[in-house]
Every structure is written in structure tokens, then in C-alpha cells.
Design a protein around this ligand. Structure first.
Ligand code: ADP
Ligand code: MG
Length: 486
């Protein structure tokens, strides 16, 4: 949230409606800058200023869904800007009212490719009554080439232990000419910046270039919902359904956004079922496992987990180094000492996106100042990033998080109780202390109520064994690691 943008808005000094309206327009333009054109067009544009009274702004949107989405995702921002820039106003309310008045512009021929406002090629979907509709009314989904990042292919994806299952599954779906048995849907999940979108795009690119007769559609969950809502609003639900029925491979990225009790969830479920029934391939990505999707109905969760569920684990040192090496191979005329790469792989552990950011910064700097890259310049350049990644994790933090996770008392971490309900979490906390801190075994033992270092060794071994044999347990550990690191 940039404070620079805030200063561009003139506070309203007079209590008249026109001034409030103008202030509102300014707020909208700040929100537009902040969240980008796509978000603006999907959501903020639908907000209509109705009135301002009793310290409250009333805004209208055409559907309950849009109202809920804006409240949940942008409510805080809107409230903040209103408080700062409208005098005596401290809150807002969104009401549902259909304020849309159709504008009759030139009809768009269905089935053709046209340029959208942001210059991207979009496919105009066949609709039942396209001619009666104005351009805005017709469903427009970007063509597959326009929706994909050309850098995100299998060639540029580095495979390592943490992502090998997800990668193998993605390959299988991409290379198969028909729906993969036992692999529908393919459900890819993992934390932020670990390569889910990259893999999704890689699948789509592969199909698009190798079997162009297979129609592949890639959409973020947000776009999917937006399209659906729009279709309902403009009575194009049939066109929407027909369109998705014509698809061979449907890919929905970040499905966690389809949550909360809503009609879109229902529609998503129907589309989903219809496609599976028709033997169409679905690929879904998500930041968590199907069973962890809160706000999603049980039957949908279970359906999502029917096919192949593949998770991408947190990166390992080897994978991070591999990714860095593969990236620099693609940059000409630059030499980065091995030491620097190792240093980066060692220090930037949060996710691949940040790792790439760090590398780009080092390269950009070297190119600009024309000096060789050294460990010292790298350290200096990345001070802020390194500090964030260095966030010291303490044994106490780990004990707290683990106790919370297994619903036991923190004091049980120090006790000698041997009942399984407390002994297992204690072992987990010891294991994580060994993995995530630089403390020695005796040090760790001491922090668990003065236990011997052999107890810690035993705990680490036990947890490692269990992780091999018990998939669910391994996932718990994975999740805890992420929670503690963040
Ligand atoms: P997610 O969708 O899981 O949040 P992305 O797919 O957007 O993450 O990945 C973030 C960045 O990291 C992208 O630039 C992507 O190319 C890169 N990346 C992630 N994993 C890998 C990998 N295994 N090999 C190469 N690049 C990767
Ligand atoms: Mg993504």
C-alpha cells in the first residue's frame, strides 16, 4: 500500500454529495493503480456510488457475489481510503442493485478473434444470441497463447525431489492424448511461489504445440468465477456451459479462490462433474490440499481429491541451486561465481519467486555498474532480503506452533509425560528444532525440560521413519515447517 499514491487524493472539505462523489472517483483510481487493470475491470468497475450519509458511503453492485467478493478481498482497503479521504466518513456498505443499463454498441461476431481493450487477443465465444448483445455482454476468454507466460515451459522447469511427483504427473497429462486414467482431476498443490502456475502453463503449452486439435483452456479461478457471474448477469449461462463443454482440457489455477458459500461453487461443481463425466481432463492448482479447503463443501472437496493429488514440497538446497544454474545459463555475457550461487541457494529459502528476484537483482546491478559480481557485493545488495530470510527461528517458536497444531499445552513440551498424545508432538518439535535452527542436540534437549541429546536423536530418527511410511504425517510436518518459516 503505497503512501505516495495516498497523497494524490485531495481530502474532501465540504459536505456536499458532489465532492463525495469526486473523492470516491479518486479512491477508485487509487485502487485501480494499486491492484491493476484486470482487478479493476473485474470488480471495482462494478461499484456504483449511491450516497453518503451518517458517516457512511453506500455503494451498489449488480450481484451478491460481487458484493461478497469485494467485501472479502478489498473491504479493508476501501474502508481505509474512505476514512483517510472523506471527512467524517468512517465506513461503507455495499448493496445489491442492478444499476446496469445496456448500452447498444456494435455487435461482435461470435467465433472470431478480436483485440481486447488491453491489447490481448480474445476469443469471442459463440452465444445463443450474440447479435443482440453488445461487446461487453459477450463472454470473452483470452486465447490460450494470450493466457500463458512463454517462459513457463517444461524446458525451463527444474526438477528435483520436492517437485518430482508433481512434475511427473504434469508431464503425463500433457503428453497423453486422452484423459489420464486415475489422474482426473490432476490436483497440484503447494505453497506460494513453488511452481504451480509454471507447471500449469507448461502443460498447456505442451498440448497447444503438440496436439493443437485438443482444445485447452487455462483460467485462474478468479477469472472462471468472473466469467460465470458475467454470463449469469447477461443471461449467457448457456453459452458459458456450451463453451466449457467444448473443451478437452480445462485448467483452473488457484482454486482456493472458489470458496465461501456461493452459487459459483455450485456452478464450478456442476461444470466439473459434467466435464469429468464427458471424459475431459481437468487440472486444478491450489495452495493447499483438497481436504484443507475451508469454506468448500465436503462433497466438492472429496470430488477434487478423486484423481491424482500431487503436492509440491518446500524447495531443497539442491533444487534451489539447480534453478539458479539453469537461469544463468540463459543469460549471456554474465559470470556469477559458484560461491555466490551457493550463497543465494543457502540463504533465500522462502520460495522460488524470491530466489529469482534475488538473482535478477544481482544480475541487473552487475550489468548496470559493469563490475564483477562477488560475494561481498551480493551480500550488500540483498541486505533486506537476507534479513527477512534469516529470521531466526527459535526452539520456543517451534514448541509453541507445534503445541498449537496438536492442541496440547506448551508446558507438555518440557514434561516427562510419555503418553502418545504428548510424546509424538514433542518428538515432532525436536525434529523441527534440529531442522530449522542451528542449535546443537544437547542444546535442544535442554530446552525440552533437560532431556538427553540421545532422546533428541531418537526423536529425529522416529519422525523421519514415520514420514516415510505415513503420508498424512509427512504432510503435517510439511505444513508445520511452512507455518514456522512464515
Ligand atoms: P506458484 O504458482 O506456485 O505461486 P509460480 O509457478 O508462479 O509459483 O512460480 C514462481 C516463479 O518461480 C516463477 O517465475 C517460476 O518460473 C519459478 N519456478 C518455480 N519453480 C521452478 C522450477 N522448479 N524451475 C524453474 N523455475 C521455477
Ligand atoms: Mg500461481
Amino acid at each position: 500500500m503505497s503512501s505516495v499514491q495516498l497523497t494524490q487524493i485531495q481530502p474532501v472539505t465540504d459536505n456536499t454529495s458532489v465532492e463525495y462523489q469526486n473523492a470516491w472517483k479518486n479512491i477508485i483510481s487509487v485502487l485501480r493503480d494499486m491492484h491493476g487493470e484486470a482487478v479493476y475491470r473485474s470488480w471495482f468497475k462494478a461499484l456504483n456510488f449511491i450516497e453518503c450519509s451518517n458517516g457512511k458511503v453506500t455503494l451498489a453492485v449488480p450481484t451478491r457475489f460481487i458484493k461478497e467478493w469485494i467485501n472479502n478481498h478489498y473491504g479493508k482497503d476501501i474502508r481505509k481510503y474512505i476514512q483517510v479521504h472523506m471527512q467524517h466518513v468512517h465506513d461503507f456498505e455495499i448493496i445489491v442493485r442492478n444499476t446496469h443499463t445496456p448500452v447498444h454498441t456494435k455487435p461482435v461476431q461470435s467465433g472470431s478473434n478480436v483485440q481486447s481493450a488491453d491489447g490481448r487477443r480474445v476469443e469471442i465465444l459463440p452465444t445463443t444470441s450474440a447479435v443482440e448483445n453488445n461487446a461487453e455482454n459477450v463472454l470473452a476468454i483470452p486465447t490460450i497463447e494470450a493466457s500463458l507466460d512463454p517462459r513457463f515451459t517444461f524446458d525451463t522447469f527444474v526438477v528435483g525431489k520436492p517437485n518430482e511427483l508433481a512434475h511427473a504427473a504434469a508431464r503425463r497429462v500433457a503428453e497423453s492424448e486422452k484423459v489420464v486414467s486415475g489422474g482426473n482431476p490432476l490436483f497440484l498443490y503447494g505453497g506460494v511461489g513453488l511452481g504451480k502456475t509454471h507447471l500449469m502453463h507448461a502443460i498447456a503449452w505442451h498440448i497447444f504445440t503438440h496436439t493443437p486439435e485438443r482444445k485447452v483452456v487455462y483460467l485462474s479461478a478468479e477469472k472462471f468465477m468472473y466469467q460465470f457471474i458475467r454470463a449469469l448477469r447477461f443471461k449467457e449461462a448457456i453459452a458459458f456451459k456450451e463453451y466449457f463443454r467444448s473443451v478437452d482440457v480445462l485448467m483452473i489455477d488457484d482454486v482456493q479462490f472458489i470458496s465461501g458459500k456461493d452459487s459459483t461453487q455450485e456452478e464450478f461443481f456442476h461444470t466439473f462433474n459434467a466435464l469429468v463425466d464427458q471424459n475431459k481432463q481437468l487440472v486444478i492448482s491450489c495452495d493447499r490440499s483438497p481436504s484443507d479447503l475451508e469454506g468448500m463443501e465436503e462433497r466438492i472437496k472429496s470430488r477434487l481429491g478423486w484423481g491424482l493429488v500431487a503436492d509440491i514440497h518446500a524447495t531443497s538446497y539442491e533444487l534451489r541451486l539447480g534453478i539458479l544454474q539453469s537461469k544463468i545459463e540463459r543469460i549471456d555475457n554474465i559470470h556469477i561465481p559458484k560461491k555466490v550461487l551457493e550463497f543465494l541457494a543457502h540463504k533465500i529459502v522462502s520460495n522460488v519467486r524470491e530466489l529469482e528476484g534475488a538473482l535478477n537483482r544481482v544480475v541487473a546491478h552487475a550489468t548496470l555498474v559493469g563490475k564483477p559480481i562477488t560475494l561481498e557485493t551480493t551480500q550488500e545488495l540483498l541486505q533486506d532480503l537476507l534479513r527477512a530470510n534469516d529470521k531466526r527461528i527459535s526452539v520456543e517458536d517451534i514448541q509453541k506452533q507445534v503445541a498449537g497444531y496438536y492442541s496440547i499445552k506448551v508446558s507438555d513440551m518440557h514434561s516427562a509425560r510419555r503418553s502418545r498424545t504428548v510424546a509424538r508432538p514433542r518428538q515432532v518439535a525436536m525434529y523441527l528444532s534440529k531442522k530449522l535452527t542451528t542449535k546443537s542436540l544437547p542444546d535442544i534437549g535442554r530446552k525440552f525440560g533437560g532431556k538427553d541429546h540421545t532422546t533428541v536423536i531418537h526423536a529425529v530418527k522416529r519422525v523421519e521413519e514415520l514420514m516415510q511410511t505415513d503420508h498424512e504425517f509427512a504432510q503435517d510436518i510439511e505444513l508445520l515447517m511452512r507455518m514456522i518459516r512464515n
